[in-house]
Design a protein around this ligand. Structure first.
Ligand code: NG1
Ligand code: ZN
Length: 531
């Protein structure tokens, strides 16, 4: 590489303008957009090295997801569509924090320590969300990757899951799908058509119509394209499609956290409504009833719907594949009980962060994973797909068995397995509801959520709280867990845990129990114990 050029760019074009320590967290670097330029430039440099190290194409996305417009962020996508490996998060953190004059030495050190083949031609795919700051930041990333002689494919404005999809398609030479944005729309919408056309909507509670809140973000562009391609089969009314401020009073995070409908979406009783977040990787369903009460169907409801339906199809097709669900401690206890006791699907619990869920889901033949906030997908082992495909072709079995396997086979193509994808998830849910002839109320009734409450607490040093057992137990400070246990014991169906947030300077308290009045007290008592 031309280290002279790199140093020149680092010093004059993308100088460091922030003195605080910054860290590559669960969602990459995320902060105010006006202090990110040097970080993104350096991540452009690093992406090229990561590509040479893995001898594969690496992705880089500019987004701050559900955060306000003035924030931005950058995250790297590994070859198989997964989030950047942990050991490289540390490297990314180091590179982001050194002084401008130390950038080249740090790169040399990484090359040496990781024994990187600098002759390999680096390949990087770059995408960005619709934020005002995203264009300039994407240019900084391009400058970085170019300075390291990387070949760059700039996707311009895309959803985060579209970028993940393209990285995987590129690295599998098109086996996962055609490596283009058109390939993404084509694969998913063709599969949707194939399944939907065989399911009648007559005599059904299901109506093929939804109201879609695009959070004034990139999801609006993607859903517009699907609306065109699904014309006549699914009616999509789009709201908050760029006419207002990004994520402001709308979007999946607003709806889930505030437990309120987004602004600008008409309230039609019983109408299925969908909200996605600013980069379209999270999805939440909701509706208002005749009494104007608001009902949310979150990631837990989505996960149980999907896992339950896949279980049915596996039984019908007589396929013995191990299906499992992965949740975090934030999953409502009623969802865990429903899926494990009633549907008899094994459930695993892991630490917060999609990376952990995705990883665990790969332990199953078919792994469904969702965070309660609506971020998740389904992953299939290659061997599972082969079994499903051969059963789908098998003619010496009862027709119903073969048909169930065929349906499974098509559904796999509706799913974006590379990462949680709000729109692909939504289309899968629509097909399941259509198959089950359910409206949103029938879906909601599958189990009743336990009343729950989340509280944020500001403490002096949140790292004083250390947890274990998928964050469900506190090992430090000493004695705190005993106190929590004693408090929880007093509440029927009570459960509570505390953990330091990975994205904000707060400690989060989660509480659930049998009644909404008691849950307030439980959350308050546990919060007091933390102070
Ligand atoms: P933290 O701040 O570590 O709780 C939050 C969300 C995660 C995940 C990450 C990354 C909750 C309780 N936590 O993590 O689920 O989405 O942000 O964006 O929703
Ligand atoms: Zn997001």
């Amino acid at each position: 590489y031309d280290f002279k050029l790199v140093e020149e760019l680092a010093k004059s074009k993308h100088p460091k303008c922030y003195d605080g320590f910054i860290q590559y967290g669960t969602a990459g670097f995320r902060m105010k957009a006006n202090i990110l330029d040097h970080v993104v430039f350096r991540m452009g440099l690093l992406t090229a090295l990561r590509s040479q190290f893995k001898k594969a194409t690496i992705g880089l996305m500019i987004t701050a997801s559900h955060n306000p417009e003035e924030d931005n962020g950058v995250k790297l996508v590994d070859p198989s569509g997964e989030m950047l490996e942990s050991s490289w998060e540390k490297i990314a953190t180091q590179l982001a924090n050194v002084e401008d004059v130390e950038v080249c030495d740090t790169l040399r050190q990484i090359i040496k320590e990781k024994n990187i083949d600098t002759n390999f031609s680096a390949s990087v795919i770059i995408g960005r969300d619709t934020r005002n700051s995203s264009y300039a930041l994407s240019q900084a990333a391009i400058n970085g990757a170019k300075a390291m002689n990387g070949t760059i494919q700039n996707l311009e404005i895309v959803t985060t899951p579209q970028l993940h999809f393209l990285v995987v398609c590129t690295n599998t030479n098109g086996v996962y799908g055609n490596p283009s944005i058109d390939g993404y729309y084509e694969k998913i919408s063709t599969a949707f058509h194939t399944v939907a056309k065989n399911i009648e909507c007559n005599n059904s509670l299901y109506t093929p119509k939804i109201q879609f809140d695009a959070a004034n973000g990139v999801g609006g562009i993607a859903i517009q394209e699907f609306k065109k391609r699904l014309n006549g089969i699914l009616e999509i009314d789009i709201y908050n499609n760029g006419n207002g401020q990004l994520n402001y009073m709308c979007g999946a995070d607003f709806v889930k956290v505030q437990q309120k409908p987004p602004n600008n979406v008409p309230l039609n009783p019983g109408m299925r409504c969908v909200s996605v977040d600013g980069d379209a990787d999270r999805v939440i369903y909701y509706y208002t009833d005749e009494k104007n009460d608001f009902h949310i169907l979150d990631g837990d409801k989505i996960a149980t719907l999907i896992a339950g339906y896949f279980k049915e199809l596996l039984l019908e097709s007589n396929l013995t594949l191990q299906l499992g669900l992965v949740q975090t401690a934030y999953a409502n206890g009623a969802s865990t009980e429903y899926i494990s006791e009633i549907l008899k699907v094994p459930v695993a619990c892991v630490s917060t962060g999609v990376k952990h869920l995705h990883h665990k889901a790969l332990d199953f033949d078919i792994g469904v994973y969702f965070e309660a906030n609506g971020h998740g997908t389904v992953v299939f082992q290659k061997t599972a797909i082969e079994k499903i495909q051969s059963t789908a072709k098998e003619t010496n079995i009862p027709r119903s068995q073969q048909k169930a396997a065929q349906k499974l086979n098509y559904l796999i193509n509706v799913i974006n397995q590379t990462v949680g994808d709000a729109i692909s998830d939504m289309l899968l849910i629509e097909l399941i509801l259509r198959s089950k002839k359910w409206d949103i109320i029938a879906w909601e009734k599958s189990y009743i959520d336990l009343p729950n409450k989340q509280v944020k607490i500001t403490v002096k040093d949140r790292s004083n709280i250390v947890t274990t057992d998928a964050e469900r137990k506190c090992v430090k400070p000493e004695g705190l867990q005993d106190q929590i246990d004693k408090i929880v014991e007093k509440y029927k169906k009570g459960r509570s845990f505390v953990r330091p947030s990975g994205t904000e300077d707060v400690v989060r308290v989660y509480a659930e129990c049998d009644s909404s009045c008691n849950v307030e007290n439980l959350a308050a008592e546990v919060s007091l114990a933390v102070y």
